[in-house]
Design a protein around this ligand. Structure first.
Ligand code: GLA
Length: 740
């Protein structure tokens, strides 16, 4: 890892172990250009890639055709309305009512470490034991002297991961307010080389399915204007070379460390170049920056892989495990929980919960989580959000009594909250109707019969904090599921001034971060799981606060294969909330074997979401085995390297993934047969990531084979009888002396 500046050539280069990111200063060091990002290269003086020696000439030599320069120059952070007609990264409205902005290089600094982004989640470096910093940062200061706006373009790299993280801070150095109307966090200009665009698409109960498309001229994008990162589209896009596979080919991944509105876009231009951008969605965004004030845009993560999609996944997994997740649980096995949502929905009381807890304890489960319905008058989803006092009709003796009983049974206790919401039918709304997000004079849109709290109001944030912390302080609660079950509409605040209404969506996200920061600080041992109607806020921003996020309300083992494939494309398996639930599945009505449900949930945090007191004897009897399986494999699954072997999304028949220990001493392969195939022989699977000259024992068959045999010749998985069958294959390296 190194960051260098070549003064003569005006070139910055950031090198990770396998990648180079190169920025150039062009035309008397005035313009900041993007030179190269990709596989690590040896030369530094590669400014020729900016094509400034070709016609059209740079403005200092050919000012009569300045516009030709702007039409084609690969801008590192393009402004708007001064000649570059491609998509801008930065847009403003200045005091004179004009919308032009153009940044010029001023100075830079390179230093060890990485500053935090105030109020925002971001990756961080950790000092190594020998006092060395494990990350480096380049800050380039640029300015638009005409309107008095300074921009700091920030880049950090890490010693142990091939990733470049970027952010931008803007400072108003003028005497008047400037409105920021668009601030992208990253913009990269590159040549088109037959890349496809990969995004993650979905809906409620089918989040994050992989979707590939051709890149055409003009703009193609994904985004969210729903106030959260969303079920539908994901703050991510990748450019994938035409023939890329899981382990070969080039992939550029762009991922956004943010939980609100986003835009991720590729523009293909007249010269066949691409401009890729990711950042806060400009729709509804207008930020008033007073004189002297600073705006920090969230962080974007860039990963280049020459080892296919798998290479990108493993870099992101390591980045998030080592440099983003902070929870004390991040390196620990999580307690196996049983959640009562699909077991009881709103229809529960202390006795029912205790019955579940008793049976769960016998099966080896370690924590009971009480979901929605424990507060106010909430017997369905029409009321009481905001009234965070225990419903003593359901829970006589209160929360403390219940928690003490559960603890006595020998289980930990966890609880569900939806702190950002307010039901029109609640004491809170009767007292503070102005606390809901709404536009004055317009009846706001309801969703699940609820409104969203206006978290731009400090007193609302304080109320939420007091409500949540009072409940957590009242009993021995060791886990919180923090839910968010509707999207933001009617973006108006009865608190913010006229000129600040366009700040609502971003201020909302900042307030969520502030609340979760406080929660994790004041209750440092708490295990926090984020959730949003399933997985609508599964993003790197939330991972900074919670080491796991509920992946989807769809717990069907087959649908989960695609959801978890898409999620694991970017996120470590340790972060994917996954439970075994009852059948027919509540989301799709499908019946799958209990064993398969266990194998699929094992790829995530693992837990249960069913009424264990009503389960068939056959399924119930399998739980202790599954608990043992979790304890046996979870260290490997949490910490290992992930390889995708086959995807039922594309082959419609079977799904397979593998986790290999970092030291290559162990591997676990999970294979699910989605559709049984008549008259078909065993399936041959070629493994990945093993050490070629190490011998591995297949625990089931006893066979011992070299890593190179397992990876190139492969193994045979005998045919499985019926649909939805699954199998685990555990391989352990044979000790050196044993293998002689
Ligand atoms: C959301 C969550 C579910 C459950 C319900 C409760 O849909 O994703 O797991 O907690 O809310 O209302």
């Amino acid at each position: 890892m190194r960051i260098q500046y070549d003064e003569t050539a005006g070139i910055f280069r950031l090198d990770t172990e396998k990648t180079s990111y190169i920025i150039g200063l062009a035309d008397e060091k005035r313009f900041i250009g993007h030179v190269y990002y990709g596989k690590r290269i040896s030369d530094t003086d590669v400014g020729y890639l900016m094509r400034t020696n070709e016609s059209p000439f740079v403005p200092s030599q050919n000012n009569r055709d300045r516009s030709s320069f702007f039409d084609a120059f690969p801008m590192e952070y393009p402004g708007s309305n001064t000649g570059d007609f491609r998509e801008s990264a930065l847009e403003v409205l200045d005091a004179g009512g004009h919308e032009a902005v153009e940044l010029s290089y001023r100075r830079h600094r390179i230093f060890a470490g990485k500053p935090a982004l105030p109020g925002l989640p971001a990756t961080f470096g950790v000092d190594t034991s020998d006092g060395e910093k494990e990350c480096l940062t380049l800050e380039i200061l640029a300015e638009d002297a005409c309107i008095g706006l300074e921009a700091t373009l920030r880049y950090s790299i890490f010693a142990d991961v091939d990733a470049v993280v970027r952010s931008v801070s803007l400072r108003n150095v003028s005497q008047e307010s400037i409105f920021l109307t668009k601030v992208m966090s990253a913009s990269v200009d590159m040549d088109q080389e037959d890349y496809k665009m990969l995004t993650l698409q979905g809906s409620w109960a089918r989040e994050r399915h992989l979707d590939f498309r051709q890149i055409g001229y003009g703009k193609q994008s994904v985004g969210s204007v729903r106030g959260e990162s969303s079920h539908q589209e994901h703050p991510f896009l990748a450019l994938v070379s035409e023939n890329a596979t899981q382990e070969q080919g080039e992939v550029y991944g762009f991922h956004f460390v943010y939980s609100g509105n986003f835009l991720a876009q590729v523009e293909k231009t007249q010269f066949d170049s691409l401009r890729v951008q990711i950042g806060i969605h400009p729709k509804n965004f207008r930020w008033k920056l007073g004189p002297g004030e600073c705006f920090d845009a969230p962080e974007a993560v860039l990963v280049y892989s020459s080892q296919g999609l798998g290479g990108m996944s493993r870099s992101l997994h390591d980045l998030y495990r080592n440099h983003l997740i902070r929870s004390p649980y991040k390196d620990k096995k999580r307690p196996i929980l049983i959640n009562n949502w699909e077991a009881t929905y709103f229809d529960f009381d202390t006795e029912k919960l205790l019955a579940i807890a008793r049976e769960a304890k016998k099966a080896g489960i370690e924590m009971l989580v009480m979901d929605d319905g424990w507060f106010g008058d909430r017997n369905d989803d029409n009321t009481s959000l905001g009234d965070w006092t225990v419903n003593e009709k359901k829970l006589p003796g209160g929360l403390k009594y219940l928690v003490d009983q559960v603890n006595q049974i020998g289980l930990k206790f966890g609880i569900w909250f939806e702190p950002e919401m307010i039901s029109p039918q609640s004491r809170l709304y009767r007292e503070h109707p102005d606390w809901a997000i709404a536009i004055e004079g317009r009846v706001p849109c309801r969703s699940r019969n609820q409104y969203v709290l206006d978290l731009t109001r400090p007193e609302v944030v304080e109320y939420v904090w007091q409500a949540v912390s009072a409940v957590l302080g009242s009993a021995n609660i060791e886990y919180v599921k923090w839910d968010m079950n509707r999207q933001l509409t009617d973006p108006g605040s009865l608190f913010l001034g006229r000129e600040n209404q366009g700040e609502l969506s971003h201020r909302y996200v900042l307030a969520v971060y502030e609340l979760q920061e406080r929660l994790t600080r004041e209750f440092p041992e708490l295990l926090l799981e984020n959730c949003s109607g399933g997985g609508a806020r599964f993003d790197p921003g939330m991972l900074y606060y919670s080491p796991q996020i509920w992946c989807s309300d769809d717990t069907d083992a087959v649908e989960r294969l695609s959801i978890q494939e898409g999620t694991a494309l970017l996120y470590p398996l340790s972060t994917m909330g996954a439970h075994v639930s009852d059948c027919p599945n509540h989301a799709v009505g499908r019946v799958t074997p209990f064993v398969t449900r266990g194998h699929v949930a094992l790829a995530g945090t693992f837990g249960y979401e069913l009424d264990i007191t009503k389960l068939s004897g056959e399924d119930r009897a399998l739980i202790p085995e599954q608990v043992a399986m979790y304890h046996k494999y979870n260290d490997l699954i949490r910490n290992g390297d992930y390889y995708r072997i086959a995807s039922c999304r594309s082959n419609h028949l079977w799904d397979c993934w593998e986790v290999v220990a970092k030291d290559k001493g162990e591997a676990l392969v999970t294979c699910v047969q989605v559709l049984g195939r008549p008259n078909y022989h065993s399936r041959r699977i070629r493994l990945s990531g093993l050490k070629p000259d190490l011998r591995y024992r297949n625990e089931e068959t006893g066979e011992v084979l070299y890593g190179d045999t397992l990876m190139n010749a492969g193994i045979l998985i005998p045919g499985m009888w019926g649909d939805f069958q699954s199998r685990l294959i555990h391989l352990t390296a044979v000790e050196a002396d044993e293998s002689k």
